[in-house]
Write a protein that binds this ligand. Structure first.
Ligand code: BTN
Length: 343
């Protein structure tokens, strides 16, 4: 089976798949108490399990990083949850109907796209969401790396099994860009735009990138991995020197720390809406929204592709998401893949 963009590095650490379970309901109950004590007896009644089982689940939540006080007299009290992408937190933030209902979480992994690919090969269902707190070998487009320090960003990969031709796959990059930009617009005061093909910018600097990888079977897609990297709480000075002029984070743009888990949930939900819309109505509504969210038309650019560089003015993108570039002679060139540099 042909695969595109492969990487055979081994996985690190143990992964686990979360379903709705007692631990999740314990967490929900403790959250509902909003910083007040809840007695073991009440929890045991509510969750239908013994007080010993409650105690075990509270220990397990502590192991995930929650700070939970316990007292034989008063019961349990959840102190403020830290901004960690803990699986139970992710699950609680998800409002999507199908996508993300199976979560694979790693504290550290080489690349969530690589892990997602392995899971897809092993038969993971459509909608499986792979999330990591940090990546040691985060992959960007065209062989670049993606800066993924622990606890500061969102690194996720969604496994999809779309029923369309491999040639349509690049459209999913644009779809993910639309969903991501719409997720960020209510949070960021500076203008959020999309830059073809896979960048989301805030205030003109890159805040997120998308990396789609597919495996094909004759003329079908066997699986597709939609990888998203979003800079959330990274201070400007923490970015590698060479990125500082071009990169930004939500915290830099808003001036304060941003809780990641809600953004993650909002993105998955919005992505699902566009993905379903694509299935029902085709690419039209996505491309229309993409055009509204991009400010590329009319800009002078240099496009770097595997065949070399081209200069021109962006005329727009066509209905299939192909970039249209007007050269000095007025001829319009169709660019299927490449990197765009504003000049
Ligand atoms: C780019 O702009 O070049 C694409 C960056 C994509 C980065 C994300 S982070 C989660 C997922 N796992 C990876 O290894 N890469 C993508």
């Amino acid at each position: 089976m042909p695969r595109m963009v492969l990487d055979d590095a081994p996985a690190r650490g143990g992964s686990f798949i979360m379903a709705a379970n007692t631990r999740h309901y314990l967490l929900v109950s403790l959250k509902e108490a909003q910083g007040n004590w809840v007695s073991g007896e009440e929890l045991s009644r509510k969750l239908g399990i013994t007080r010993t089982a409650i105690w075990k689940q509270a220990c397990s939540l502590r192991n995930e990083g929650y700070i939970i006080d316990s007292s034989t007299r008063k019961g349990y009290l959840l102190r403020e949850a830290l901004d960690r992408l803990l699986p139970a937190e992710i699950e609680a933030s998800l409002r999507s109907k199908r996508l993300g209902h199976r979560i694979v979480f790693e504290k550290e992994v080489d690349s969530t796209n690589r892990l997602a690919r392995d899971l897809a090969i092993a038969g993971a269902v459509e909608g499986t969401l792979v999330v990591a707190e940090s990546q040691t070998g985060g992959r960007g487009r065209r062989g670049r790396s993606w800066f993924s320090p622990p606890g500061e960003g969102i690194c996720l990969s969604l496994i999809l099994r779309p029923r369309f031709q491999p040639a349509e796959a690049p459209k999913m990059t644009l779809l993910a860009g639309v969903a991501l930009a719409e997720t960020l617009i209510p949070i960021v005061p500076s203008r959020v735009t999309i830059k073809w093909p896979n960048d989301v910018l805030a205030g003109g600097k890159k805040v997120a990138g998308i990396l789609i990888e597919i495996a094909t079977e004759i003329d079908n897609i066997d699986y597709m991995i939609v990888g998203v990297g979003l800079n959330v709480n990274t201070p400007l000075e923490s970015f590698p020197e060479e990125l500082r002029k071009r990169a930004t984070s939500l915290a830099v743009e808003t001036g304060c720390p941003v809780r990641r888990v809600e953004i993650l949930g909002a993105f998955v939900e919005r992505f699902e809406r566009y993905y379903d819309l694509l299935g029902r109505e085709g690419f039209g509504p996505v491309i229309q929204r993409w055009r509204e969210l991009s400010d590329m038309a009319g800009r002078r650019v240099r496009v770097h592709s595997f065949n070399g560089s081209l200069e021109g003015t962006i005329a727009g993108i066509d209905d299939d998401g192909v970039l249209l570039l007007t050269g000095a002679d007025g001829a319009v060139e169709r660019v299927i893949s490449g990197d765009v540099e504003y000049i």
